[in-house]
Design a protein around this ligand. Structure first.
Ligand code: AMP
Length: 176
């Protein structure tokens, strides 16, 4: 397996001072790196009875689409408010300042479907918890959540696991 950490580009103080931005464009731009992360994330959940993959806008679309293809299941885009063209259901969640809302189409999942949630990175877990709740609200069961990167200092994993799903991340970085 190749060294995924070295393929992630770190940009200090972006988008604001104190944040180390973990940029995965360098990783997914590398053929072997992209193939390895998609293989590792889908391999972990092969045999877990996944019936749909849900990806969080926007980097979760790139990964989630590839993981869905690999698992042989359909894909559900979890989008920011106002982007989806048909009837939606949404979930509000708190940000550091203010609130945000994510949405899926009302018919994106059927009751009892086992959904795997995919994003590039889990930090505080706020976004992934909101997406998980939204999928549950739509009648889905959470088969798990999969990320390339986790930032353990921010505690997102525990919040997601508290919803009763396994959480899988391929690499971890210290700090924010
Ligand atoms: P959170 O809701 O705090 O878990 O934040 C997760 C979302 O914000 C993901 O969609 C990430 O892409 C993005 N994000 C948060 N922190 C970082 C970081 N240090 N580097 C890159 N993306 C980040």
């Amino acid at each position: 397996m190749i060294d995924l950490r070295s393929l992630v580009r770190t940009i200090p103080d972006y988008p604001k001072p104190g944040i180390q931005f973990r940029d995965i464009t360098t990783l997914i731009g590398d053929a072997a790196g992209f193939r390895d992360v998609v293989g590792a994330l889908s391999g972990r959940f092969a045999g877990a009875g996944v019936t749909k993959v849900a990806g969080i806008e926007a980097r979760g679309f790139i990964l989630g689409g590839a993981v869905a293809h690999q698992l042989g299941v359909g894909f559900v885009p979890v989008r920011k408010q106002g982007k989806l063209p048909y009837q939606v259901i949404g979930h509000d969640y708190d940000l550091e300042y203010g609130t945000d809302r994510i949405e899926i189409h009302v018919d994106a999942v059927e009751t009892g479907e086992r959904v795997l949630l995919v994003d590039d990175l889990i930090a505080t877990g706020g976004t992934a918890v909101a997406a998980s709740r939204l999928l549950q609200q739509a009648g889905a069961t959470l088969a798990g959540s999969a990320f390339i990167i986790e930032l353990p200092a921010l505690g997102g994993r525990k919040k997601l696991e508290a919803l009763g799903q396994p959480v899988h991340a391929l690499i971890a970085f210290d700090g924010h």
